[in-house]
Design a protein around this ligand. Structure first.
Ligand code: FAD
Ligand code: FES
Length: 367
């Protein structure tokens, strides 16, 4: 479990669009292997904002073969951390950073001769940009098609960098879909619906649709439409890889399970199965702890209250940093998006969204 945060210095900040900034970090030589990563993975930033300890996940847009290590943060209006990073963070500041993790990756191999199709929306370009650069560097015989959805030309993040890649690599085909396109710049117009997926693929020249590898990252409704559209076209779900930055209805506001703050849930606890606190046994960092957990608390909140420093990042069930094994008892997961069905069947849970439904539960982080 790489839960440990390291203080990294902000090496430079580059404004990408009016509401998106790239943050480059200095990695000291002694931390090089700790911050090794696979293209598509994310890091967790931890900052004190107005006295509140905030953690958020950000995908690396650099790729392992780059000399830089950087994330791009798009400002979410009313958000706690992204506006701070966009307007207050300065070069030379130090930030606590958890080493890279995440399953939205691609097993690149020089021997591969694959046909990849990527669908990105807005800030969802970050892990996709990383994976694309990695494939272009390593797999000389593979081809890549990217459809990148944005509101308008000005909101396209990495526009210049993507154009350069398209010029440099014949195997990379770049397409844009814009809600409000400029007449002078060719692109598809509108939003991606499941019914449009087949037509868009054929207009981009993507043949043998079932044999491609698909990757998508962007707003929830866009990703759902793409997945449904691909499944309707006969693509197996094992060929569709996706990364969510948010979950449906997954606001963090008010869901503090009484005491923790900043966690999933809306505060309506009228349907809880338990009325009294349950017994929670936690196996973590090689030690066993026995604490109480209130019915409305998540396992992460209870562990934090007991000062056990559990691993977590997004707090909404999207990233799987908080994964643990449920060894005894039952929990209800408000959101399990970041788990595969196999993981759920094997007893893994997302502790940041899990509340107890039996009087005793045993959770193992050291599985
Ligand atoms: C695995 C992973 C990778 C991520 N990578 C990136 C990345 O590369 N670049 C990036 O900019 N963000 C990324 N995010 C999203 C990021 O972690 C934050 O959620 C985002 O910056 C908002 O944080 P905040 O504190 O500003 O807003 P919050 O205070 O968390 O949220 C404020 C409100 O905005 C809503 N909201 C939260 N996030 C979004 C969003 N992305 N779009 C629309 N509404 C939202 C919330 O539901 C809430 O109502 C990633 C998230 C995950 C889980
Ligand atoms: S912390 Fe991200 S899924 Fe729990």
């Amino acid at each position: 479990m790489s839960n440990q945060f390291h203080e990294l210095k902000v090496k430079k900040l580059i404004r990408q669009t009016s509401d998106a900034v790239s943050v480059y970090f200095d990695i000291p030589a002694n931390l090089n292997s700790t911050f090794d990563y696979k293209a598509g993975q994310f890091i967790t930033l931890r900052l004190d904002v107005n006295g509140e300890d905030i953690r958020r996940a950000y995908s690396l847009f650099t790729s392992p073969s780059d000399s830089e290590f950087a994330v791009m943060v798009k400002e979410v209006s009313g958000g706690k951390l992204s506006p701070f990073i966009n307007s207050k963070l300065q070069t030379g500041d130090f930030i606590k950073v958890m080493p890279p993790t995440g399953k939205f990756t691609c097993d690149t191999n020089p021997e591969n001769s694959k046909n990849y199709v990527f669908f990105a929306g807005g800030s969802g370009i970050t892990p996709i940009f990383s994976i694309i650069k990695s494939i272009l560097t390593i797999e000389k015989n593979s081809t890549i098609t990217l459809l990148y959805a944005n509101r308008e030309n000005e909101s396209i993040i990495f526009a210049d960098e993507l154009n350069i890649l398209e010029k440099d690599f014949e195997s990379f085909n770049l397409f844009h879909i814009l809600e409000n396109p400029e007449k002078s710049k060719p692109s598809f117009k509108g939003l991606i619906s499941s019914a449009r997926v087949g037509g868009l693929l054929s207009e981009m020249g993507v043949a043998s649709i079932e044999n491609r590898e698909y990757y998508t990252c962007g707003p929830g409704p866009m990703m759902s439409a793409i997945k449904q559209g691909l499944i309707d076209l006969g693509v197996g779900s094992n060929k569709i890889h996706s990364e969510s930055f948010t979950v449906e209805g997954g606001g963090r506001d008010g869901g503090d399970g009484k005491r923790g703050g900043d966690f999933v849930g809306g505060g309506d606890f009228s349907n809880l199965k338990l009325k009294e606190p349950a017994k929670l046994t936690l196996q973590i960092y090689g030690e066993e702890h026995n604490i109480e957990i209130d019915p409305e608390e998540t396992v992460t909140t209870a562990a934090l209250r007991a000062r056990l420093d559990p691993p977590f990042s997004c707090q909404i069930g999207a990233c799987s940093t908080c994964i643990a094994k449920l060894e005894e008892g039952e929990v209800e997961m408000e959101c399990s998006d970041a788990l595969t069905q196999d993981e759920i069947d094997e007893g893994y849970v997302l502790t940041c969204t899990s509340r107890p439904t039996t009087e005793k539960i045993v959770i193992n982080f050291d599985y």
